[in-house]
Design a binder for this molecule. Structure first.
Ligand code: GAP
Length: 435
């Protein structure tokens, strides 16, 4: 792997408008990122692909969009108030804070060699106050996972949808963790987005569905173009399991900074429903009307990070190729993920008729595909710009087009060009872009 790959990706993201440093004009807020025009398209496309595969293409999963703010007792019952912490050590000299697990020497600061405090637990939840009074009775948390929003809606889904086991809920949304050591661009941040499924099953079938979901989610990344050699499954050892999990397998991607977690698939057993039931003093059970019995279902949870996936797809798509002694940078993103599907480029911008035709074509195509129009440079440069952001097809309008009503369509990956009659252009693109 190219040693500078991460730097190249960070630079491309800023230069071309995928991802910017948050609050840039104030010097930036460290490890916090804003998605620019291409980034937001890529991120939305990724979320749409996930939603399509886990909600629209199935009959057994219901979508949800729960509030970020939840009753503070949720986090007591879920175990996050007591258990959701990392061990940290502080340097007495430079005051830097470290995750104890990352330290080679638990006594010396890795930055300045100063003496470290002993390791102390540090809760990762962001705490704030609800309403005008800042006191202990008004403490509220920014959710550290979207999952709890689904557990607390278990009864609502039973009562409104009357599903039979197995069934699930799916949700995409922001989560917040006051990470001690964020870093690696968008990989570990304090504000991030998760895409999570809570899949309710009969306890006896939990192992079967756990395996099934590990494979299902692994294949999802492959289908969207992640190279097989860049993806692996890593089962957790007992000592690294979260407080709620009986088993967990991570799907890891081989980032330039090493193999790291993209998504975790956990067997959460009946832990969460039982904890909430105990806290509210009411059963949160499923009634099996064939067996005529009530029981707590087990939960299989595939939990992925949107930002980490976006980063993995960017790394996976980044290619440099030599074309006529020049380096062509091209993002070979899957067609469903590419931010822009079509770019319409007039070959000459000083021919009003040609520009007018190109603009009209772009306007027509916009109704069907995400299309941009660009006439601000010579054609070679326009192609390079589109390649760098992963645009799938460039439609070039030239002088000849005015006479024969044909345009040239260039494929991003092969750079092969086809001459297509204008009245067949939409159909030509549709067969390639609508999957
Ligand atoms: N509900 C289970 C849960 O939250 P997790 O393994 O802590 O499990 C799930 O998080 C996913 O959320 C991770 O696989 C990762 O993709 C993403 N994620 C977690 N912490 C993150 C962070 N600080 N920055 C970016 N993404 C994060």
């Amino acid at each position: 792997m190219d040693d500078n790959l991460m730097d190249k990706i960070v630079s491309l993201c800023k230069r071309r408008g995928f991802i910017f440093q948050s609050s840039d004009i104030y010097g930036g807020l460290s490890n916090t990122w804003d998605y620019g025009p291409y980034g937001v398209e890529l991120k939305n496309n990724l979320k749409r692909c996930w939603w399509k595969s886990v909600v629209y293409e199935r009959d057994d999963i219901f979508g949800l969009d729960a509030a970020i703010l939840m009753h503070p007792k949720v986090w007591e019952a879920s175990g996050h108030v007591q258990n959701f912490f990392d061990l940290k050590s502080d340097c007495k000299s430079c005051k830097k804070r470290f995750k104890t697990a990352d330290l080679k020497d638990a006594k010396k600061c890795p930055e300045c060699g100063g003496e470290l405090t002993g390791s102390r637990p540090f809760n990762l939840m962001f705490k704030t106050y609800q309403g005008p009074v800042e006191d202990a009775t008004n403490v509220i948390y920014l959710r550290p996972e979207t999952a709890q929003g689904m557990f607390v809606n278990f009864l609502n889904i039973l009562d409104s949808k009357h599903p039979k086991l197995p069934f699930g809920m799916a949700q995409i949304g922001k989560a917040f963790r006051n990470e001690i050591t964020p870093g690696n661009f968008t990989f570990r941040t304090r504000e991030f987005e998760q895409m999570e499924i809570e899949y309710f099953v009969k306890p006896a079938e939990a192992d079967k569905f756990y395996e099934l979901w590990v494979n299902e989610r692994f294949d999802w990344y492959l289908k969207l173009g992640i190279k097989k050699e860049g993806l692996r499954r890593r089962p957790h050892g007992k000592e690294e399991l979260a407080h709620y999990a009986k088993s967990c397998t991570d799907i890891e991607y081989n980032f330039p900074f090493g193999w790291s977690e993209l998504e975790g698939i956990a067997n959460r057993t009946d832990f969460d429903l039982k904890q909430h039931a105990q806290a509210i003093g009411r059963d949160l059970v499923y009634f099996d009307d064939v067996a005529k019995e009530k029981f707590y279902p087990y939960i299989i949870e595939p939990s992925g990070g949107v930002d980490r996936s976006v980063l993995a797809f960017l790394v996976n798509a980044y290619h440099e190729e030599k074309v006529k002694e020049e380096t062509r940078v091209v993002l070979k993103l899957h067609p469903a993920l590419a931010p822009i599907k079509v770019a319409v480029l007039p070959l000459l911008k000083n021919r009003p008729q040609l520009v007018e035709l190109a603009r009209k074509i772009a306007q027509d195509l916009k109704k069907s595909f995400v299309t941009v129009y660009d006439d601000t440079a010579a054609i070679g440069k326009l192609y390079r710009r589109q390649d760098e952001v992963g645009t799938l097809y460039c439609v070039t309008i030239d002088v000849q087009s005015l006479e024969d009503n044909q345009v040239t369509v260039r494929d991003r990956d092969t750079m092969k060009q086809d001459r297509i009659p204008l009245d067949r252009l939409k159909e030509y693109l549709e067969t390639r872009l609508i999957n």
